[in-house]
Design a protein around this ligand. Structure first.
Ligand SMILES: *[C@@H]1O[C@H](CO)[C@@H](O)[C@H](O)[C@H]1NC(C)=O
Ligand SMILES: *[C@@H]1O[C@H](CO)[C@@H](O)[C@H](O)[C@H]1NC(C)=O
Ligand SMILES: *[C@@H]1O[C@H](CO)[C@@H](O)[C@H](O)[C@H]1NC(C)=O
Ligand SMILES: *[C@@H]1O[C@H](CO)[C@@H](O)[C@H](O)[C@H]1NC(C)=O
Length: 370
């Protein structure tokens, strides 16, 4: 946008200066000489470029980069490639159910990976996965619990990213109890999900876990949301400023929308506005009685909130996560304002939303992260 308007104004300036200078016969020759020099310079640049091309056995990097700049929206436009690298326990189960309905309605390819416990990949695995994703017939939406993949780094067309997060402590609590006691499927479910878990661990008091700094309730495991946005770099998993800043930057550069579960309806509404190919009508599906019936699979059982003291300790340990979450909320509210949505924050039943949005899929996530 910016460069476009810049070049426009440059063009306008050139135009007006040409018009302003009165035409004199003498100036014609000078003009032609300059033109000639310019022409030769261009030609020699071209020749050197060509030579360079051949010596290198391929196009020079700068040409490739220029091509990327000039012609990048060829394949993924207007928006037939979307990746939703869903964060665990942030309502993605609900969104995937909605996507199944939407995919049929709007005829896009929904590919929902059933790998739930591998969010970071080796370089080879990254390349394999990105290649797999890029050959899905368009338009497509690919979704998996996986940390951000940098397609451009491997010269593959970068898709549009979307995601949803929630309050970090609520996410943590939801996961803590889900891992132990499952959800609506009843008491047997957790035995299937986490069969190796000893009763000591299953019935571990969450306050003890936090206050006695068990690994599950300490860093780096509490550093959970940021790596999804930072990427596959090892430093992305080290709690700290570097990963935080990179995650923020990356959200601005590569994510079309990061919604918040606390305002799920507005998130859906924004998705509808921003990606109508995929999401138009999503809110009415979400609110329909039929969906409510399927969507009501939820509610982690036996949730017992930690003491205030434990919560404060948790909050301290998750300060980067909160910094990121607050940043996302700000961005989200800015976008809502820009698009002209009234905030639905004050509506009374919004508060309960997160508790109902439980996920069945990623109970074992925490087992995998060492
Ligand atoms: C992920 O879970 C599957 C079973 O659901 C298991 O076979 C596999 O080893 C796990 N992967 C990792 C990286 O732990
Ligand atoms: C890519 O797709 C192939 C064939 O469908 C599959 O066997 C392979 O596991 C996939 N690789 C990744 C990283 O998803
Ligand atoms: C992605 O890769 C490109 C090229 O290597 C790099 O400039 C960019 O910073 C990377 N972005 C992220 C978020 O890692
Ligand atoms: C969800 O299920 C619970 C228990 O099965 C039931 O009490 C509740 O009314 C249901 N809610 C909706 C919106 O259907």
């Amino acid at each position: 946008m910016k460069s476009h308007s810049n070049s426009n104004s440059v063009r306008r300036k050139l135009h007006s200066s040409v018009q302003a200078s009165p035409w004199r016969p003498g100036s014609l020759l000078r003009f032609s000489l300059r033109d000639y020099a310019f022409c030769m310079a261009t030609l020699s640049v071209f020749c050197f470029g060509s030579l360079f091309y051949q010596l290198n056995g391929g196009p020079p990097k700068i040409l490739l980069e220029m091509r990327q700049y000039l012609a990048s929206p060829q394949r993924c436009s207007p928006s037939p490639c979307v990746v939703y690298n869903r964060v665990g326990k942030c309502g993605s189960r609900t969104v995937v159910l909605l996507l199944r309905i939407l995919a049929e309605k709007h005829r896009f390819n929904l590919v929902s990976s059933d790998i739930h416990n591998k969010t970071r990949l080796t370089e080879q695995e990254q390349v394999d996965l990105m290649k797999n994703i890029s050959v899905i017939p368009q338009p497509f939406l690919y979704t998996r619990h996986v940390h951000f993949l940098n397609f451009t780094r491997f010269r593959i067309e970068q898709p549009v990213y979307i995601n949803i997060i929630r309050d970090p402590i609520n996410r943590f609590l939801s996961n803590y109890f889900f891992r132990r006691f499952g959800d609506w499927r009843g008491e047997q479910n957790h035995l299937i999900r986490t069969p190796g878990m000893k009763d000591d661990e299953r019935y571990l008091d969450i306050n003890v876990c936090i206050l006695e700094s068990y690994p599950e309730c300490s860093n780096p495991r509490l550093f959970y949301i940021i790596p999804y946005f930072c990427g596959q770099h090892p430093q992305c998993r080290e709690p700290g400023l570097w990963a935080l800043e990179r995650a923020k930057q990356n959200v601005l550069e590569n994510f079309l929308l990061v919604g918040v579960l606390e305002e799920l309806e507005d998130t859906l509404l924004l998705l509808e506005r921003l990606l109508p190919h995929y999401f138009s009508g999503v809110l009415s599906i979400y609110k329909s009685p039929d969906y409510r019936k399927i969507g009501n699979l939820t509610g982690t059982v036996r949730k017992q909130p930690p003491t205030l003291e434990a919560l404060q300790v948790l909050y301290q340990r998750m300060k980067y996560e909160y910094d990121f979450y607050n940043f996302i909320r700000e961005q989200f509210h800015l976008l809502k304002k820009k698009i002209g949505l009234r905030s639905a924050e004050e509506e009374p039943d919004q508060e309960e939303e997160p508790d109902q949005e439980e996920e069945l899929e990623d109970a074992s996530l925490w087992l995998v992260h060492p």
